[in-house]
Design a protein around this ligand. Structure first.
Ligand SMILES: [Zn+2]
Length: 456
């Protein structure tokens, strides 16, 4: 029996080169040689029927008297498999085994499927911008996309457009198809675009040539409309990030360290401007608003700063463009590479800011915690480089666009990893999740966006 158990226990820890059911079957075969109730193992049961007396005797006496033929048959059966498993290399650790189990459960619990491709007919090496608006039907929100042709600062692309996609419910099936409903010409490529979370029919965009636009999506009798509510020009170049503080307040962030708050009502008025201290000496790459006079910025050297107002020394009158804001600055845990994404999320009822750099290292900054040395959640997303991420509503799952239209996702609590195969070409640099957590858009792959549907 010692010989048998010597072989049996390691089998479960080999790489799953065969289906799991089969691995368990192997274990069962082994234990089947033990004096166990025949009903637990089909093969033993067959044996028992052929040689009832021997089996019964050995069980009753309890001596180590085994059926040699059964043992030989079992060894013949098991040896080639063991050899094959040994050829596969080292026995994985138990952790890897658990990892594989977690991976399966993540794929089952959060089912993500490729849903629809959207072709744009763009020039080569273009990038995509997209934002989800309000839900239209079947939990599916309206979608706005645009493409950005490759260039540095100056834009000469006067043929650019905003494309509005409406989810159309199919008459004979409980599903929607995204259909282009409207095109709006743009004076130049956009640099950033964002939906107003307080009124999801309103969205803002910043163009390469320094304009800021606010648009309204409307359902009219004759179909749908995109109405331009406002446009203002800036001499600071393209805004790298936009975010809404409140329904009528838009925060605009420029690479040179300037952040402006605009009142968006009958007209657009700049309420104040703040400039990050020159000592930080880096370009801003990402920004998000946490509330009135409270925001977080990320830079090209990996720094993350929280800027907020402590209630004193509010604004100074003056400045070329508007009142100058005085804010407190707190340095949060720093990345080694450029901050590519900042996201707001709630985990267990607490507010976190999720920052991600170009290497795929993600930090969850606890916004209650002013001491960044205190333990913070750090997630290392395996290379190759991830330049954009989105996260689930509970903050526990991170989605990354992968090569050729594929999607990778990770569960933070147990490190499980899952993968959805894509059927496009190239590398996506954009990912946007809808507010209801059901939809993702990634791109641009060649000239196509990929929409994913998430079943929770
Ligand atoms: Zn352009």
């Amino acid at each position: 029996m010692e010989v048998l158990s010597h072989y049996t226990s390691p089998v479960i820890e080999f790489v799953a080169t065969q289906p799991v059911e089969r691995q368990h079957a192997l274990v069962d075969n082994c234990t089947g040689m033990d004096p166990m109730p025949p009903s637990t193992d089909a093969s033993t049961e067959t044996q028992a029927r052929q040689e009832v007396s021997t089996q019964t005797e050995s069980c009753a006496t309890g001596t180590a008297d085994y059926d040699v033929r059964a043992l030989a048959k079992w060894l013949q059966h098991i040896c080639p498999m063991v050899e094959q498993e040994l050829l596969q290399g080292m026995t994985p650790t138990l952790e890897e085994h658990i990892g594989q189990a977690n991976q399966r459960s993540l794929q089952e619990e959060v089912q993500v499927q490729t849903y629809q491709k959207i072709a744009m007919g763009s020039t080569e090496h273009s990038q995509g911008l997209a934002t989800w608006l309000s839900v239209h039907t079947n939990n599916a929100p309206i979608l706005v996309v645009t493409i950005v042709a490759p260039h540095d600062d100056w834009c000469e692309h006067i043929q650019q457009q905003l494309h509005l996609y409406v989810p159309k419910r199919m008459p004979h099936g409980n599903f929607v198809v995204y259909t282009e409903a409207k095109k709006l010409p743009l004076k130049s490529c956009l640099r950033s675009m964002t939906t107003n979370p307080h009124n999801k029919n309103i969205f803002a965009g910043a163009s390469m040539d320094g304009d800021i636009y606010v648009w309204l999506y409307e359902q009219a009798l004759g179909g749908v409309e995109i109405k331009q509510l406002h446009s203002v020009s800036s001499t600071k170049g393209a805004a790298v990030a936009l975010d809404w503080v409140m329904e009528q307040r838009l925060l605009v962030c420029y690479a040179n360290g300037a952040v402006q708050q605009w009142l968006v009502s009958n007209q657009m008025l700049m309420e104040w401007e703040y400039t990050l201290p020159a000592t930080t000496g880096s370009e801003l790459t990402a920004m998000l608003s946490l509330g009135l006079d409270d925001f977080v910025v990320g830079t090209n050297d990996g720094s993350v700063y929280r800027c907020w107002h402590n209630g004193r020394g509010a604004t100074k009158v003056g400045g070329a463009s508007g009142p100058i804001k005085q804010l407190q600055v707190l340095s949060l845990r720093r990345h080694r590479f450029m901050v590519s994404t900042l996201l707001k999320t709630n985990m267990n009822g607490h507010r976190f800011v999720l920052s991600c750099d170009l290497s795929g290292q993600a930090f969850y900054h606890d916004m209650r915690n002013m001491d960044e040395d205190a333990a913070q959640l750090i997630v290392q997303i395996p290379l190759p480089f991830k330049n954009a991420i989105a996260c689930s509503r509970d903050g526990n799952i991170i989605y990354c666009p992968s090569n050729d239209g594929a999607l990778e996702y990770y569960r933070v609590t147990d490190g499980a990893h899952a993968y959805v195969k894509g059927a496009l070409r190239g590398r996506g640099s954009l990912i946007k999740a809808s507010d209801n957590g059901c939809w993702l858009i990634t791109g641009l792959y060649g000239d196509e966006f990929q929409i994913f549907y998430i079943e929770n």
